[in-house]
Design a protein around this ligand. Sequence first.
Ligand SMILES: Nc1nc2c(ncn2[C@@H]2O[C@H](COP(=O)(O)OP(=O)(O)OP(=O)(O)O)[C@@H](O)[C@H]2O)c(=O)[nH]1
Ligand SMILES: [Mg+2]
Ligand SMILES: [Zn+2]
Length: 346
Amino acid sequence: MADDDEATALAALGWTAFEAARRTPGWEPARVFSARRSEALAWSTQGERRVDLSMHRALGPIAVGDWLLAEPGSERWQRLERRTEIARKAAGEHVHQQVLSANVDRLLIVSSCNQEFSLARLERYLVLACDCDVTPEIVLTKADLADDAGTLVQAASGLLAGVSVHLVDARDSAQVGPLASTIEFGQTLALVGSSGVGKSTLANALGAPELATGAVRSADDKGRHTTTARSMLRLPGGGLLIDNPGIRELQLTDCEHGIERVFADVLDRAEHCRFQDCRHEVEPGCAVQAAIVSGELPARRLESLRELRDEQARNTEILEAKRQRARDIGHKYRKLNWSKRAKRGQ
Ligand SMILES: Nc1nc2c(ncn2[C@@H]2O[C@H](COP(=O)(O)OP(=O)(O)OP(=O)(O)O)[C@@H](O)[C@H]2O)c(=O)[nH]1
Ligand SMILES: [Mg+2]
Ligand SMILES: [Zn+2]
């Protein structure tokens, strides 16, 4: 393939100067569009490639959106450093980091204009995106079901300075058109949000190949986890879209960078409190409470900030204790090996 053709074909898969600077010369790039425990499927300029992950454990966990490099004529693979990664604490009692999508340019946080709509949930996703240095946008679906969708758009817009909020009936491709027109060639977008909010419906309206969608329960508007695997799809306009399964509960760990960006309105004011260790409760000269009293700052912003910081501290502590345990076990194991070798006189 001529160099120009290869460059265009790679750009269509989301290849950027970042990856080009890290490519091992001669190795063939492939972008992962499906990743399971034992295999990853990827697109290269030569067609589809399959990687048996049980044979390549050194690659570590592979996420949808990752770039892999294949050595020509051999079975050797490398994973390229990620430009961005959307990572979260995995669900369940055991805390560990899980990369949801790699090398994403835009994170579309999808929420619907019904009982699922929650400012606190949107804040959580905004923190996640900002923490990963990915530009977040909010997509409010089911516009057709809301009496006053304008109020919801306004409330969502107030959560982060400059955040775009798109309001759509996700089933209607005409309404999704303005969002579709902002997607650039080679740009990677990921959809995240609760089950049933319309992520796959939106992906279909954006022109992705037909994805399964499922009805929600009428009692509480909750979805049934119709999408079960992450996948990346190519859009007709030249973008790449990662459809994620619905997230049950998004827990935050080590997200201080994201928290500082999303709660800048509270934290900037806190700089002006009389006491440096002000808890923003009943202290005299508290600039945060003053802003709440004057109506400039909604009280719920301070509550959200507190909740997310507490949760983050809890999860970070558990994660750190787990890492320490793993280090201790590794240390004991190495010591055991040394003493065995010493006995054998090695
Ligand atoms: N009225 C209305 N229904 C919608 C809209 N968007 C999605 N739906 C419906 O909501 C249901 C759930 O949509 P899905 O696209 O499967 O939701 P999802 O977010 O992909 O759900 P999971 O795959 O479970 O995470 C389907 O019955 C859709 O037809 C919308 O804008 N308006
Ligand atoms: Mg889905
Ligand atoms: Zn204060």
